[in-house]
Design a protein around this ligand. Structure first.
Ligand code: CAO
Length: 433
């Protein structure tokens, strides 16, 4: 005989007023015992509340966003009476291993009868601000994804706090099916999915969300790294004379609180080189078939900030002197570190310089800051013996690492660029030419 039973929230630990984030069934649906009915989310975990018995959903008593606690009425389900009684009586056996707080009771006379409801299924911890590599989805969505063979770490969640919904999984499958197949010659690139590893299995861990800047710059760096054919040309510049001159004027301008660093000279030398090699002061257009040559010289400078890498742009470097550039460099890097820099101040660059010279290292392979076509990496200058006129003499040598887009720049041009740059740095009088 059909019987209407109430379904109450089971034991969910010490949690109270927990938000409902997903309801998987609606009135009229036939449900099987243990099938997930809704998902709750505490600050630590999501958990599905399963059906305590087979039946047909008659009423849904909550909606997404409602907060509920143990004992809250969530559904009314019409059951086949015999079936429900069988399960209820099973649950009357006190068994600590199966907390049984979902309640099947007659609507007319709501009496709390312990039904054989399994404990809520607790799943993945909720990542703080949705920023770990672990997919954030309810158990039912996970099971749905499993059925379709979808790797949830590849799916972008659009529900609250970046949670992955069933729709997200469906959309992911649709999108995957509409992509050109690998090996068809259409140019699609497929890579193996990152394995999902539980690092805690191997030792103590701590999960920290990436900063907003790191997330944004990371996505750009990734795109630039995989879509631009990079080549890095290494070279060296003898900056002994430049350093002597820098120290001389450095002392003068220190009184005005202006720090003349090697980077100010480098900005000028780079622009002199770009003027000689215009294809480096350019961008490919969207079609990839035309090179846009720029007649202005705005140079981006990578600045290391506590929140991640930022690249403010110094405008019209060709029109400014070394002292002016040193002053602007100081101002703009301070602004970047204090997060006071505007988006506009980071746009319009033609070429970038990434200097790790103040830190150390002998060479590195910087990633091109698209749509620019080249970037100069600068490492730490050091004294080296240089063979001159039959003897070794100590010279201050600056390592240069130029990464360029090989679609635009040939290897020979790359080598000529760094050679010319090195010659300007070796004799800064050339900047006046
Ligand atoms: N060789 C040797 N010494 C160098 C040098 C070089 N190539 N470049 C700078 N120095 C020296 C400076 O002269 C200064 O020495 P003093 O304090 O004795 O005068 C010291 O190193 C520190 O310089 P600085 O870093 O304050 O100044 P800068 O103009 O060289 O650089 C800036 C400014 C903003 C580029 C830098 O602070 C910075 O953030 N660098 C990191 C950039 C970065 O992270 N790039 C990586 C991007 S790819 O992930």
């Amino acid at each position: 005989m059909a019987d209407k039973k109430q379904v109450l929230v089971p034991d969910i630990g010490n949690y109270k007023d927990v938000p409902v984030i997903e309801i998987m069934v609606k009135a009229g649906d036939t449900v099987k015992a243990e099938q997930s009915l809704l998902t709750l989310e505490t600050d630590k975990a999501t958990m599905d509340v399963p059906a305590p018995f087979d039946g047909v959903v008659k009423e849904v008593k909550v909606k997404v966003g409602d907060t509920i606690s143990e004992g809250s009425l969530i559904f009314v389900i019409e059951t086949n009476g015999a079936d429900a009684v069988t399960k209820a009586s099973t649950a009357e056996t006190p068994a600590k291993t199966a907390p049984v707080n979902s309640v099947g009771a007659s609507v007319a006379a709501p009496v709390a009868i312990a039904a054989a409801s399994p404990a809520p299924v607790q799943k993945a911890p909720v990542p703080p601000s949705g920023a770990t590599g672990k997919a954030h989805a309810s158990p039912s969505v996970r099971s749905f994804a499993r059925e379709l063979g979808v790797d949830l770490t590849q799916v972008r969640g659009t529900a609250t706090k970046g949670r992955i919904s069933k729709d997200d999984v469906q959309n992911f499958v649709k999108m995957a099916l509409s992509q050109p197949r690998n090996g068809t010659g259409v140019g699609g690139m497929q890579v193996l999915a990152m394995p999902v590893i539980d690092f805690a299995k191997f030792g103590a861990i701590e999960s920290q969300p990436l900063s907003r800047i790191k997330k944004i710059s990371g996505a750009n760096l990734h795109r630039n790294w995989v879509t631009i054919p990079h080549v890095t040309q290494f070279d060296e510049a003898d900056i002994s004379e430049m350093e002597a001159f820098r120290k001389e004027i450095g002392a003068e301008y220190a009184k005005q609180n202006i720090k003349i660093t090697p980077l100010a000279f480098m900005l000028k030398a780079v622009v002199a080189t770009l003027q000689q090699f215009p294809e480096f002061n350019a961008s490919l257009d969207v079609s990839g078939e035309n090179l846009i040559l720029k007649k202005y010289f705005h140079i981006g400078v990578a600045v290391d900030t506590p929140n991640g890498l930022m690249v403010p742009v110094l405008r019209d470097v060709d029109k400014k002197g070394i002292v002016q550039l040193a002053k602007e460099l100081g101002e703009i890097s301070t602004k970047a570190r204090e997060l006071k820099i505007s988006a506009a101040e980071m746009q319009g660059g033609c070429f970038s310089i990434s200097s790790l010279g103040g830190i150390g290292g002998t060479a590195f392979t910087p990633i091109i800051n698209a749509p620019e076509v080249a970037i100069l990496g600068v490492s730490k200058a050091s004294m080296k013996p240089v063979y001159q006129d039959g003897v070794f003499v100590p010279r201050l040598i600056l390592p240069l690492s130029l990464s360029y887009d090989h679609r635009v720049v040939d290897g020979a041009s790359g080598a000529r660029f760094t050679q010319f740059l090195a010659s300007v740095l070796a004799d800064t009088r050339r900047l006046a030419l």
